[in-house]
Design a protein around this ligand. Structure first.
Ligand code: ARG
Length: 575
């Protein structure tokens, strides 16, 4: 159950060592899928130069060492090795994969503790579309790491602290707790914020109250803290509605918002100052991590205590790193956050390394999330220029999905269930199928399409297989005939599926869910060719062939469903 490309790489490396000496045992054989064979190895060309021999001669020498290889190897052109695997080899690997509950996906040993900082909406405003991608991509990374046996600690770094809370709490008092809670729970956080803001800007008395409230909050006044909790609890209840709808694995225990670090900030600054990592500059306490300069070539400061004594976003992140390394025992920390914060994280990581809080044994990585654009190529906004509400957008995706299946004869409950699954798949898959750091255009029409690299297309592929099994009258789990890959479409599908395990490992290591999407999309495309060329439960198909094909269908279904689950994309049984 190993990726043929990996098996081949090892085999060719052994052949290189035998033919040319052990110093060549770790040369990259440069094996790529090929249109002339299953794979092509180009190592002979690069090696020939170093050995001062002709590439063809080198290729022949490698071939001679691969005589026991399960397949055929031809030397072609100037010295390419064209490698075709024996059908029996692919078949037995595919059978092994079908019998393996993990589908050839390995586990990471020793397992790592991976802290994943994702979603992280700001409570002072409503959760908007910008947080959709950080939530969806982060959740997929969490699922992937867990699947490989790592210990995942989710950290939802909510924006739940800071000066805006003075006016938010005063506004809450003005309109009454009950009304405020109702509004926040209903996802009207933006309106709530705007109402508070406009009073703050126009009403001197309110402004004074808001300012006083900030200091009572900072000083830990119990009454004020209670009000803050009222505000936050209602806000989090709304966030949870969004998470539930999306099928995101975040729970309340994963909340580790900015407020959590508040008690640590003074010590953070004191320790940085005492160790000489931070210094006073123009009244502010700053770290100057080496290698960061501004446009004037002056060292760029990371401000950790402003001249008015206030702490900032960077202070909190430094406290958070320390906590994650020291208390959570992270081996790796992933920050799934917008591209625009790249410099912030580079500087925070550099400062933490300087302070000795982020040892070289711990990886810290900013998984940069690209901006979501509107069809006009600008930041995604409503026509009136406001940021689009996440809930409205998700609801619209579900509505469109409902239209897709309107004419099926399903009852209302089933229709609702399918529409929900299809709508969420559309939005989530669109987010995951482009590389996380590139911008992409939010286009619901394209997302809900059942053709192309979309969530609904992937769901459709699985539903098709399930319908074959319904016709056959057996469960996919019962298909256990040997896999035989007689037809070209069967062979291509079988060969492709063998790459699943290695791909999942690579996708996880590199934080690149879009490559899993690409793999699944190719699976679905190969399935559709198979479906056209190789009837399974049709009149005239002999029972043996039928069972063999059902086994291949079962394997394909499991790869698709496992892959989609790792992406967090729901899979309805029918569509
Ligand atoms: N709340 C922040 C925002 O919406 C994201 C926080 C990301 N995590 C972190 N540790 N800074 O921009």
């Amino acid at each position: 159950m190993t990726d043929p490309q990996i098996v081949l790489t090892e085999r060719v490396q052994q052949a290189l060592a035998r033919a040319f000496g052990p110093e060549h045992a770790d040369a990259d054989p440069l094996i790529r899928p090929s249109q002339f064979a299953d794979f092509q190895a180009n190592v002979a060309m690069s090696l020939a130069k170093r050995l001062r021999r002709s590439p063809r001669e080198v290729a022949e020498a490698i071939r001679a060492e691969l005589s026991d290889f399960p397949g055929t190897i031809e030397v072609s052109g100037p010295g390419f090795l064209n490698i075709t695997l024996a059908d029996s080899f692919i078949e037995s690997e595919a059978r092994g994969m079908l019998a393996d509950p993990r589908l050839g996906v390995g586990t990471i040993t020793p397992s790592q503790t991976v802290v994943i900082d994702y979603s992280a909406p700001n409570a002072a405003k409503e959760m908007h579309v910008g947080h959709l991608r950080t939530t969806i991509v982060g959740d997929s990374l969490a699922r992937l790491h867990e699947h490989l046996g790592n210990t995942v600690i989710r950290q939802n770094h909510l924006g739940d602290w800071g000066t805006p809370f003075g006016m938010l709490i005063e506004h809450l008092l003005d309109i009454g707790e009950q009304a405020a809670v109702a509004q926040l729970e209903a996802g009207q956080g933006t309106e709530f914020y705007q109402a508070a803001r406009s009073k703050f800007d126009s009403d001197e008395d309110f402004k004074t109250r808001a300012r006083t409230r900030v200091s009572t909050l900072q000083s830990g006044d119990p009454d004020t803290l209670r009000l803050w909790h009222v505000f936050m609890d209602a806000t989090v209840r709304f966030f949870n509605k969004v998470y539930d709808l999306l099928g995101v694995t975040l729970t309340d225990t994963d909340i580790a918002g900015e407020s959590m670090y508040n008690p640590m900030l003074q010590k953070t600054c004191d320790d940085l100052e005492a160790s000489g990592t931070a210094e006073m500059s123009e009244g502010a306490l700053c770290v100057f991590p080496p290698g960061f300069t501004g446009s004037d070539d002056k060292p760029l400061p990371l401000i950790i205590r402003k001249s008015d004594g206030g702490y900032g976003y960077a202070t909190t992140d430094l406290a958070a790193i320390r906590y994650r390394v020291h208390d959570l025992k992270a081996d790796r920390i992933l920050y799934v956050v917008g591209n625009e914060q790249a410099l912030h994280f580079q500087m925070v990581f550099a400062a933490a390394r300087l302070a000795g809080w982020l040892p070289d044994t711990v990886d810290a990585e900013h998984v940069r999330i690209g901006m979501m654009l509107g069809k006009d190529g600008r930041r995604f906004k409503t026509r009136s220029g406001e940021s689009v509400k996440l809930m409205d957008l998700l609801q619209e995706a579900v509505d469109r999905a409902a239209r897709l299946i309107e004419d099926r004869g399903y009852d209302e409950a089933l229709k609702r269930e399918i529409a929900h699954a299809v709508g969420m798949a559309a939005v989530k898959y669109a987010d995951l199928s482009v590389s996380h750091d590139s911008e992409y255009v939010f286009d619901l029409d394209r997302m809900v399409a059942t053709t192309g690299n979309t969530g609904p297309y992937m769901q459709y592929a699985t539903a098709r297989i399930r319908s074959i099994f319904r016709k056959a009258g057996i469960e996919p789990g019962e298909a256990n005939a040997p896999i035989v890959l007689a037809a070209p479409a069967e062979r291509a599908l079988g060969l492709h599926l063998l790459g699943f395990g290695e791909l999942v490992t690579q996708v996880t290591a590199a934080s690149e869910p879009h490559r899993l999407c690409a793999f699944l999309f190719q699976t679905a495309s190969l399935l559709s060719t198979f479906y056209e060329e190789c009837p399974v439960v049709k009149e005239g198909v002999d029972p043996e062939t039928r069972d063999q094909r059902l086994a291949l269908c079962a394997l394909t279904l499991r790869v698709l469903e496992t892959g989609l689950d790792l992406l967090g994309v729901p899979v309805p049984e029918r569509m």
